[in-house]
Design a binder for this molecule. Structure first.
Ligand code: NAD
Ligand code: DAU
Length: 335
Protein backbone atom coordinates (compact mmCIF):
# COMPACT_ATOMS: atom_id res chain seq x y z
CA UNK A 1 0.00 0.00 0.00
CA UNK A 2 1.39 3.38 -0.99
CA UNK A 3 0.02 6.44 0.78
CA UNK A 4 1.30 9.41 -1.25
CA UNK A 5 0.76 8.65 -4.94
CA UNK A 6 1.86 11.03 -7.69
CA UNK A 7 -0.38 10.60 -10.75
CA UNK A 8 1.04 12.14 -13.92
CA UNK A 9 -1.52 13.04 -16.59
CA UNK A 10 -4.31 12.78 -14.01
CA UNK A 11 -6.51 15.35 -15.78
CA UNK A 12 -6.78 13.03 -18.79
CA UNK A 13 -9.16 10.15 -19.41
CA UNK A 14 -7.57 7.17 -17.67
CA UNK A 15 -5.62 9.12 -15.05
CA UNK A 16 -8.68 11.02 -13.81
CA UNK A 17 -10.67 7.79 -13.52
CA UNK A 18 -7.70 6.31 -11.62
CA UNK A 19 -7.71 9.22 -9.15
CA UNK A 20 -11.46 8.79 -8.52
CA UNK A 21 -11.10 5.02 -8.10
CA UNK A 22 -8.11 5.12 -5.73
CA UNK A 23 -9.56 7.83 -3.49
CA UNK A 24 -12.83 5.87 -3.28
CA UNK A 25 -11.24 2.48 -2.62
CA UNK A 26 -8.12 3.34 -0.58
CA UNK A 27 -9.16 5.46 2.44
CA UNK A 28 -5.53 6.19 3.42
CA UNK A 29 -4.32 7.24 -0.03
CA UNK A 30 -3.41 10.84 -0.92
CA UNK A 31 -3.22 11.66 -4.62
CA UNK A 32 -1.25 14.48 -6.18
CA UNK A 33 -2.09 14.99 -9.84
CA UNK A 34 0.52 16.69 -12.02
CA UNK A 35 -0.75 17.65 -15.44
CA UNK A 36 0.23 20.17 -18.11
CA UNK A 37 -3.44 20.66 -19.08
CA UNK A 38 -2.87 20.26 -22.80
CA UNK A 39 -5.94 20.20 -25.07
CA UNK A 40 -6.56 16.70 -23.59
CA UNK A 41 -6.44 17.67 -19.92
CA UNK A 42 -9.66 18.76 -18.23
CA UNK A 43 -9.97 19.92 -14.63
CA UNK A 44 -13.70 19.14 -14.80
CA UNK A 45 -12.70 15.46 -14.82
CA UNK A 46 -11.31 15.89 -11.29
CA UNK A 47 -14.35 17.64 -9.83
CA UNK A 48 -15.40 16.24 -6.46
CA UNK A 49 -11.94 15.09 -5.41
CA UNK A 50 -11.06 18.16 -3.32
CA UNK A 51 -13.88 17.25 -0.93
CA UNK A 52 -11.93 14.12 0.08
CA UNK A 53 -9.18 16.28 1.64
CA UNK A 54 -6.72 13.76 0.19
CA UNK A 55 -6.15 15.29 -3.25
CA UNK A 56 -4.02 18.07 -4.67
CA UNK A 57 -3.38 19.37 -8.17
CA UNK A 58 -0.19 20.82 -9.65
CA UNK A 59 -0.15 22.27 -13.14
CA UNK A 60 3.18 21.28 -14.67
CA UNK A 61 5.06 19.61 -17.49
CA UNK A 62 6.70 16.21 -16.97
CA UNK A 63 9.72 17.45 -18.94
CA UNK A 64 10.35 20.03 -16.16
CA UNK A 65 13.19 18.28 -14.28
CA UNK A 66 13.20 20.54 -11.20
CA UNK A 67 9.44 20.22 -10.70
CA UNK A 68 9.47 16.45 -11.22
CA UNK A 69 12.36 16.11 -8.77
CA UNK A 70 10.47 17.88 -6.00
CA UNK A 71 7.15 16.11 -6.66
CA UNK A 72 8.76 12.67 -6.81
CA UNK A 73 10.76 13.40 -3.64
CA UNK A 74 7.49 14.10 -1.77
CA UNK A 75 5.74 10.91 -3.00
CA UNK A 76 5.86 7.21 -2.12
CA UNK A 77 4.99 6.04 -5.65
CA UNK A 78 4.50 7.45 -9.14
CA UNK A 79 1.85 6.20 -11.57
CA UNK A 80 2.77 7.62 -14.96
CA UNK A 81 -0.20 8.19 -17.30
CA UNK A 82 0.89 11.51 -18.86
CA UNK A 83 1.33 11.23 -22.62
CA UNK A 84 0.30 12.53 -25.96
CA UNK A 85 -2.16 9.71 -26.62
CA UNK A 86 -3.87 10.11 -30.00
CA UNK A 87 -2.59 8.33 -33.11
CA UNK A 88 -4.19 10.76 -35.60
CA UNK A 89 -2.51 13.73 -33.88
CA UNK A 90 0.85 11.96 -33.98
CA UNK A 91 0.53 11.55 -37.75
CA UNK A 92 -0.27 15.26 -38.22
CA UNK A 93 2.39 16.54 -35.77
CA UNK A 94 4.77 14.04 -34.10
CA UNK A 95 6.95 16.56 -32.19
CA UNK A 96 5.00 16.72 -28.89
CA UNK A 97 4.92 12.90 -28.79
CA UNK A 98 8.71 12.79 -28.73
CA UNK A 99 8.94 15.46 -26.06
CA UNK A 100 6.27 14.21 -23.66
CA UNK A 101 6.36 10.45 -24.20
CA UNK A 102 10.14 10.05 -24.44
CA UNK A 103 11.78 13.07 -22.77
CA UNK A 104 9.01 13.28 -20.15
CA UNK A 105 9.37 9.62 -19.20
CA UNK A 106 13.16 10.00 -19.07
CA UNK A 107 12.78 13.03 -16.77
CA UNK A 108 10.56 11.07 -14.36
CA UNK A 109 12.87 8.05 -14.39
CA UNK A 110 15.80 10.22 -13.38
CA UNK A 111 13.83 11.67 -10.45
CA UNK A 112 12.71 8.17 -9.42
CA UNK A 113 16.33 6.98 -9.59
CA UNK A 114 17.57 9.84 -7.40
CA UNK A 115 14.88 9.36 -4.76
CA UNK A 116 14.45 5.56 -4.83
CA UNK A 117 10.66 5.63 -5.37
CA UNK A 118 8.24 3.04 -6.77
CA UNK A 119 7.32 3.72 -10.43
CA UNK A 120 4.54 2.27 -12.56
CA UNK A 121 4.60 3.06 -16.27
CA UNK A 122 1.32 3.02 -18.22
CA UNK A 123 1.74 1.85 -21.78
CA UNK A 124 -0.17 0.44 -24.72
CA UNK A 125 -0.60 -2.78 -26.67
CA UNK A 126 0.23 -0.77 -29.81
CA UNK A 127 3.94 -1.22 -29.09
CA UNK A 128 3.51 -4.69 -30.65
CA UNK A 129 2.21 -3.38 -33.99
CA UNK A 130 -0.80 -5.28 -35.27
CA UNK A 131 -2.17 -8.76 -35.99
CA UNK A 132 -3.89 -10.14 -39.09
CA UNK A 133 -7.69 -10.45 -38.98
CA UNK A 134 -7.57 -14.20 -39.62
CA UNK A 135 -4.70 -14.88 -37.17
CA UNK A 136 -5.86 -16.65 -33.98
CA UNK A 137 -2.81 -15.25 -32.11
CA UNK A 138 -2.91 -12.57 -29.42
CA UNK A 139 -0.14 -10.28 -28.17
CA UNK A 140 1.92 -11.99 -25.44
CA UNK A 141 4.97 -10.95 -23.43
CA UNK A 142 7.06 -12.72 -26.11
CA UNK A 143 5.66 -10.73 -29.05
CA UNK A 144 8.43 -8.58 -30.57
CA UNK A 145 8.03 -4.80 -30.45
CA UNK A 146 6.96 -3.52 -33.91
CA UNK A 147 5.15 -0.16 -33.51
CA UNK A 148 3.49 1.48 -36.54
CA UNK A 149 2.77 5.13 -35.74
CA UNK A 150 4.71 8.07 -34.25
CA UNK A 151 2.49 7.63 -31.14
CA UNK A 152 3.10 3.91 -30.69
CA UNK A 153 6.81 4.16 -31.47
CA UNK A 154 7.22 6.89 -28.84
CA UNK A 155 5.42 4.68 -26.30
CA UNK A 156 7.62 1.72 -27.31
CA UNK A 157 10.69 3.88 -26.74
CA UNK A 158 9.40 4.91 -23.32
CA UNK A 159 8.93 1.23 -22.36
CA UNK A 160 12.55 0.54 -23.34
CA UNK A 161 13.72 3.45 -21.19
CA UNK A 162 11.89 2.01 -18.16
CA UNK A 163 13.40 -1.46 -18.74
CA UNK A 164 16.89 0.02 -19.08
CA UNK A 165 16.49 2.00 -15.84
CA UNK A 166 15.36 -1.22 -14.08
CA UNK A 167 18.29 -3.25 -15.34
CA UNK A 168 21.04 -0.64 -15.17
CA UNK A 169 20.06 1.34 -12.08
CA UNK A 170 17.84 -1.19 -10.29
CA UNK A 171 14.83 1.13 -9.94
CA UNK A 172 11.62 -0.45 -8.56
CA UNK A 173 9.42 -0.21 -11.65
CA UNK A 174 6.67 -2.12 -13.43
CA UNK A 175 5.08 -1.60 -16.86
CA UNK A 176 1.59 -2.37 -18.12
CA UNK A 177 0.50 -2.50 -21.76
CA UNK A 178 -3.26 -2.19 -22.13
CA UNK A 179 -5.69 -2.42 -25.03
CA UNK A 180 -8.33 0.18 -26.04
CA UNK A 181 -10.18 1.75 -23.12
CA UNK A 182 -13.71 3.12 -23.11
CA UNK A 183 -15.82 4.78 -20.41
CA UNK A 184 -16.58 8.21 -18.92
CA UNK A 185 -14.34 11.29 -19.32
CA UNK A 186 -12.65 10.11 -22.56
CA UNK A 187 -11.70 12.95 -24.93
CA UNK A 188 -14.20 13.14 -27.80
CA UNK A 189 -11.44 12.85 -30.42
CA UNK A 190 -11.40 9.10 -29.64
CA UNK A 191 -13.57 6.62 -31.57
CA UNK A 192 -16.41 5.76 -29.16
CA UNK A 193 -17.05 9.20 -27.59
CA UNK A 194 -16.68 10.87 -30.99
CA UNK A 195 -19.54 8.80 -32.36
CA UNK A 196 -21.72 9.18 -29.25
CA UNK A 197 -21.33 12.97 -29.26
CA UNK A 198 -21.82 13.10 -33.04
CA UNK A 199 -25.22 11.47 -32.59
CA UNK A 200 -26.10 13.69 -29.62
CA UNK A 201 -25.10 16.69 -31.77
CA UNK A 202 -27.14 15.63 -34.83
CA UNK A 203 -24.08 14.59 -36.86
CA UNK A 204 -23.49 11.20 -38.49
CA UNK A 205 -20.82 8.86 -37.03
CA UNK A 206 -17.59 8.54 -39.05
CA UNK A 207 -15.97 5.19 -39.81
CA UNK A 208 -12.40 5.05 -41.14
CA UNK A 209 -12.15 2.99 -44.33
CA UNK A 210 -14.28 -0.17 -44.37
CA UNK A 211 -14.33 -0.45 -40.56
CA UNK A 212 -12.91 -3.99 -40.48
CA UNK A 213 -10.15 -3.02 -38.00
CA UNK A 214 -10.44 -4.82 -34.67
CA UNK A 215 -9.80 -3.32 -31.23
CA UNK A 216 -9.79 -5.22 -27.91
CA UNK A 217 -12.08 -3.06 -25.76
CA UNK A 218 -11.74 -2.81 -21.97
CA UNK A 219 -13.64 -0.57 -19.55
CA UNK A 220 -11.41 2.09 -17.99
CA UNK A 221 -12.23 0.91 -14.44
CA UNK A 222 -11.08 -2.62 -15.30
CA UNK A 223 -7.81 -1.14 -16.60
CA UNK A 224 -7.37 0.92 -13.45
CA UNK A 225 -8.13 -1.97 -11.08
CA UNK A 226 -5.39 -3.89 -12.89
CA UNK A 227 -2.98 -0.94 -12.51
CA UNK A 228 -3.73 -0.76 -8.79
CA UNK A 229 -3.14 -4.51 -8.39
CA UNK A 230 0.21 -4.21 -10.21
CA UNK A 231 1.22 -1.14 -8.21
CA UNK A 232 0.49 -2.84 -4.89
CA UNK A 233 1.29 -6.50 -5.58
CA UNK A 234 3.19 -6.70 -8.89
CA UNK A 235 6.71 -8.09 -9.18
CA UNK A 236 9.42 -5.42 -9.54
CA UNK A 237 10.82 -5.21 -13.05
CA UNK A 238 7.93 -7.11 -14.62
CA UNK A 239 5.65 -6.18 -17.52
CA UNK A 240 1.94 -7.06 -17.42
CA UNK A 241 -0.44 -7.10 -20.38
CA UNK A 242 -3.96 -5.81 -19.59
CA UNK A 243 -6.95 -6.81 -21.70
CA UNK A 244 -10.46 -8.18 -21.17
CA UNK A 245 -11.01 -10.37 -24.28
CA UNK A 246 -13.15 -7.64 -25.84
CA UNK A 247 -12.30 -7.94 -29.55
CA UNK A 248 -14.79 -6.17 -31.84
CA UNK A 249 -14.47 -4.63 -35.30
CA UNK A 250 -15.14 -0.91 -35.70
CA UNK A 251 -18.20 -1.44 -37.91
CA UNK A 252 -19.80 -3.53 -35.17
CA UNK A 253 -19.05 -0.87 -32.55
CA UNK A 254 -20.46 2.04 -34.58
CA UNK A 255 -23.61 0.03 -35.34
CA UNK A 256 -23.99 -0.90 -31.65
CA UNK A 257 -23.74 2.80 -30.66
CA UNK A 258 -26.34 3.81 -33.27
CA UNK A 259 -28.80 1.10 -32.21
CA UNK A 260 -28.31 1.84 -28.49
CA UNK A 261 -29.10 5.50 -29.24
CA UNK A 262 -32.27 4.69 -31.19
CA UNK A 263 -30.85 5.33 -34.69
CA UNK A 264 -30.80 3.06 -37.80
CA UNK A 265 -27.69 0.84 -37.68
CA UNK A 266 -26.46 2.11 -41.07
CA UNK A 267 -26.76 5.86 -40.35
CA UNK A 268 -23.00 6.51 -40.53
CA UNK A 269 -20.46 7.74 -43.13
CA UNK A 270 -17.29 6.08 -44.38
CA UNK A 271 -14.42 8.61 -44.29
CA UNK A 272 -10.71 8.62 -45.20
CA UNK A 273 -8.72 5.83 -43.60
CA UNK A 274 -5.83 6.49 -41.17
CA UNK A 275 -2.38 6.19 -42.84
CA UNK A 276 -0.62 3.04 -41.58
CA UNK A 277 -3.84 1.99 -39.78
CA UNK A 278 -3.20 -1.03 -37.51
CA UNK A 279 -5.56 -3.87 -38.40
CA UNK A 280 -6.11 -5.81 -35.20
CA UNK A 281 -5.09 -5.77 -31.53
CA UNK A 282 -5.71 -8.64 -29.09
CA UNK A 283 -4.24 -9.14 -25.62
CA UNK A 284 -3.34 -12.30 -23.71
CA UNK A 285 -3.63 -11.13 -20.07
CA UNK A 286 -2.92 -14.50 -18.45
CA UNK A 287 0.00 -13.29 -16.26
CA UNK A 288 -2.24 -10.62 -14.73
CA UNK A 289 -5.02 -13.13 -14.15
CA UNK A 290 -2.77 -15.94 -12.83
CA UNK A 291 -0.29 -13.96 -10.71
CA UNK A 292 -2.51 -11.18 -9.38
CA UNK A 293 -5.99 -12.75 -9.63
CA UNK A 294 -7.33 -9.78 -11.62
CA UNK A 295 -10.68 -10.26 -13.40
CA UNK A 296 -12.64 -7.65 -15.42
CA UNK A 297 -15.89 -6.50 -13.83
CA UNK A 298 -17.34 -5.20 -17.14
CA UNK A 299 -17.62 -8.43 -19.13
CA UNK A 300 -20.73 -7.23 -21.02
CA UNK A 301 -19.62 -4.63 -23.63
CA UNK A 302 -23.22 -3.67 -24.47
CA UNK A 303 -23.91 -2.77 -20.82
CA UNK A 304 -20.63 -0.81 -20.50
CA UNK A 305 -21.47 1.03 -23.71
CA UNK A 306 -24.98 1.92 -22.46
CA UNK A 307 -23.47 3.37 -19.27
CA UNK A 308 -20.91 5.33 -21.31
CA UNK A 309 -23.62 6.74 -23.61
CA UNK A 310 -25.62 7.76 -20.52
CA UNK A 311 -22.54 9.55 -19.10
CA UNK A 312 -22.07 11.65 -22.27
CA UNK A 313 -25.82 12.35 -22.44
CA UNK A 314 -25.79 13.54 -18.80
CA UNK A 315 -22.54 15.52 -19.04
CA UNK A 316 -22.92 17.69 -22.12
CA UNK A 317 -21.24 20.60 -20.32
CA UNK A 318 -18.08 18.46 -20.10
CA UNK A 319 -17.80 17.72 -23.85
CA UNK A 320 -19.67 20.55 -25.56
CA UNK A 321 -16.74 23.06 -25.37
CA UNK A 322 -14.51 20.54 -27.21
CA UNK A 323 -16.82 19.51 -30.03
CA UNK A 324 -16.46 22.27 -32.61
CA UNK A 325 -12.64 22.31 -32.62
CA UNK A 326 -12.39 18.51 -32.59
CA UNK A 327 -14.64 18.13 -35.63
CA UNK A 328 -12.92 21.02 -37.47
CA UNK A 329 -9.58 19.19 -37.08
CA UNK A 330 -11.07 15.98 -38.48
CA UNK A 331 -12.79 17.79 -41.34
CA UNK A 332 -9.43 19.21 -42.45
CA UNK A 333 -8.13 15.65 -43.02
CA UNK A 334 -11.33 14.35 -44.62
CA UNK A 335 -12.24 12.35 -41.53
P1 NAD B 1 -5.36 11.51 -22.49
O1 NAD B 1 -4.85 12.12 -23.74
O2 NAD B 1 -6.82 11.51 -22.20
O3 NAD B 1 -4.65 12.21 -21.23
C1 NAD B 1 -3.30 12.54 -21.21
C2 NAD B 1 -3.08 13.56 -20.09
O4 NAD B 1 -1.66 13.85 -20.04
C3 NAD B 1 -3.80 14.90 -20.32
O5 NAD B 1 -4.44 15.31 -19.14
C4 NAD B 1 -2.67 15.87 -20.68
O6 NAD B 1 -2.94 17.21 -20.30
C5 NAD B 1 -1.50 15.26 -19.92
N1 NAD B 1 -0.19 15.62 -20.51
C6 NAD B 1 0.17 15.57 -21.82
N2 NAD B 1 1.44 16.02 -21.96
C7 NAD B 1 1.88 16.32 -20.71
C8 NAD B 1 3.11 16.80 -20.20
N3 NAD B 1 4.15 17.06 -21.01
N4 NAD B 1 3.24 16.99 -18.86
C9 NAD B 1 2.19 16.74 -18.03
N5 NAD B 1 1.00 16.30 -18.46
C10 NAD B 1 0.84 16.08 -19.79
O7 NAD B 1 -4.77 10.04 -22.47
P2 NAD B 1 -5.39 8.68 -21.88
O8 NAD B 1 -6.23 8.06 -22.92
O9 NAD B 1 -5.92 8.94 -20.54
O10 NAD B 1 -4.05 7.81 -21.78
C11 NAD B 1 -3.29 7.81 -20.57
C12 NAD B 1 -2.13 6.85 -20.72
O11 NAD B 1 -2.62 5.55 -21.01
C13 NAD B 1 -1.18 7.20 -21.88
O12 NAD B 1 0.14 6.93 -21.44
C14 NAD B 1 -1.58 6.24 -22.99
O13 NAD B 1 -0.48 5.95 -23.82
C15 NAD B 1 -2.00 5.03 -22.18
N6 NAD B 1 -2.99 4.13 -22.79
C16 NAD B 1 -4.17 4.63 -23.26
C17 NAD B 1 -5.13 3.74 -23.76
C18 NAD B 1 -6.47 4.24 -24.27
O14 NAD B 1 -7.23 3.44 -24.80
N7 NAD B 1 -6.80 5.51 -24.11
C19 NAD B 1 -4.86 2.36 -23.80
C20 NAD B 1 -3.63 1.90 -23.33
C21 NAD B 1 -2.71 2.79 -22.80
O1 DAU C 1 -4.73 0.10 -28.13
C1 DAU C 1 -4.53 1.09 -27.17
C2 DAU C 1 -4.62 2.46 -27.81
O2 DAU C 1 -6.00 2.67 -28.08
C3 DAU C 1 -4.07 3.58 -26.93
O3 DAU C 1 -2.69 3.38 -26.78
C4 DAU C 1 -4.34 4.95 -27.55
O4 DAU C 1 -3.93 5.96 -26.66
C5 DAU C 1 -5.82 5.07 -27.81
O5 DAU C 1 -6.09 6.30 -28.45
C6 DAU C 1 -6.31 3.91 -28.67
O6 DAU C 1 -5.72 3.98 -29.99
P1 DAU C 1 -6.60 3.75 -31.32
O7 DAU C 1 -5.91 4.44 -32.42
O8 DAU C 1 -6.95 2.31 -31.46
O9 DAU C 1 -7.95 4.54 -30.85
P2 DAU C 1 -8.95 5.53 -31.62
O10 DAU C 1 -10.06 5.79 -30.66
O11 DAU C 1 -8.26 6.67 -32.23
O12 DAU C 1 -9.51 4.61 -32.80
C7 DAU C 1 -10.09 3.33 -32.55
C8 DAU C 1 -10.41 2.70 -33.91
O13 DAU C 1 -11.49 3.43 -34.53
C9 DAU C 1 -9.25 2.75 -34.89
O14 DAU C 1 -9.29 1.57 -35.70
C10 DAU C 1 -9.57 3.99 -35.77
C11 DAU C 1 -11.09 3.98 -35.78
N1 DAU C 1 -11.76 5.29 -35.90
C12 DAU C 1 -11.37 6.30 -35.06
C13 DAU C 1 -12.02 7.51 -35.09
C14 DAU C 1 -11.60 8.65 -34.18
C15 DAU C 1 -12.84 5.46 -36.77
O15 DAU C 1 -13.21 4.53 -37.54
N2 DAU C 1 -13.50 6.66 -36.78
C16 DAU C 1 -13.14 7.70 -35.97
O16 DAU C 1 -13.79 8.76 -36.02
Amino acid sequence: MYVKILVTGGAGFIGSNFAHLVLAERPDAHITVVDKLTYAGNLASLEGLEATGRYSFVRGDITDAALMDSLVAESDAVVHFAAESHNDNSIADPAPFISTNLVGTFTLLEAVRRHGKRFHHISTDEVYGDLELDDPAKFTLNTPYNPSSPYSSSKAGSDHLVRAWVRTYGINATISNCSNNYGPRQHIEKFIPRQITNILDGRRPKLYGAGANVRDWIHVDDHNHAVLAILERGTAGRTYLIGADGELDNKHVVEAILVAMGQPADAYDHVNDRPGHDMRYAIDASLLRDELGWRPLYSDFAAGLEATIAWYRDNESWWRPLKEATEAKYAASGQ
